[in-house]
Write a protein that binds this ligand. Sequence first.
Ligand code: AMP
Ligand code: FE
Ligand code: FE
Ligand code: ZN
Length: 278
Amino acid sequence: MAKAKSVDLHVHSVFSDGMLAPADVVRRAAKHNVVALAITDHDTLGGAAEKIAACGEAGVECVVGVELSCEYEGREVHLVSLGADPDSPWTSRLEEMRLARERRMDEMLGRLESLGVRLGMGDIPMDGDVYGRPHLARALVAKGVVKSVNEAFARYLYDDGPVHVAKKRFAFAEGVDLAKRLGGVAVVAHPGVSGLLDVLDDLMRIGADGVEAYNPKHGAETVARVLRFARERGVLVSGGSDFHAPGEGAEVGSQRVPPEVLDPIRELAEKRKRHFVA
Ligand code: AMP
Ligand code: FE
Ligand code: FE
Ligand code: ZN
């Protein structure tokens, strides 16, 4: 039997900490019967034209998106804006994040140096916009300092570890506002992975439009729990693989997400763009 059609509304490319160019992500997605794809790079709408063109060539519907790094009561919250307008003047807020991440990488290189590991910005592979810890982990592997990305995190880069520098984040309410002003639908990402199931109500009250139920790290129970929450609260449902690279975590399209979830998201994003952009 042919694999059921699916959508994947949360994946990454080289524009942030993914390993593949948009065209390669889209090709892999199409092979997995993905009919609509949102390449939601961290804190950047860079490469949108390339992503749209790649989807067009593969006959996959493109949902322009971005995953915003936010903070709520000291916790990290990832907020996806789906259906964003890459030409919105509000992308200037993303540029601030890009620059902050560049400064942060420089600071992390300084910490590494004080531990006796010398790497420069030029050693960090970057084909996109936004630096993240995975770039540094991969550079440490390439230089032979560690054997794997996992070892790089375990020795140096783990949260509050010797090299980790906290990243600039939007206050959650500010992130929700930005996600909408960009013309998109504001969706709380992978709440079961981020430990946010107990504050979902708060996050919706602050203004999020929806929540990801479908994620490869959400067990069946969490998927069911978030679906029930969304139904009871009357908020939208989304989800995706959170694909970053082949062999690292889940494959693009590997998480089944029913195509119907995109209908109300598309509709609301159109309304948003008329409201904020037109
Ligand atoms: P950053 O946004 O720069 O703080 O980097 C966070 C990213 O690093 C996450 O999105 C994960 O993809 C990756 N990451 C975090 N912890 C680990 C880990 N222990 N091993 C591998 N990758 C990790
Ligand atoms: Fe990531
Ligand atoms: Fe995330
Ligand atoms: Zn992600």
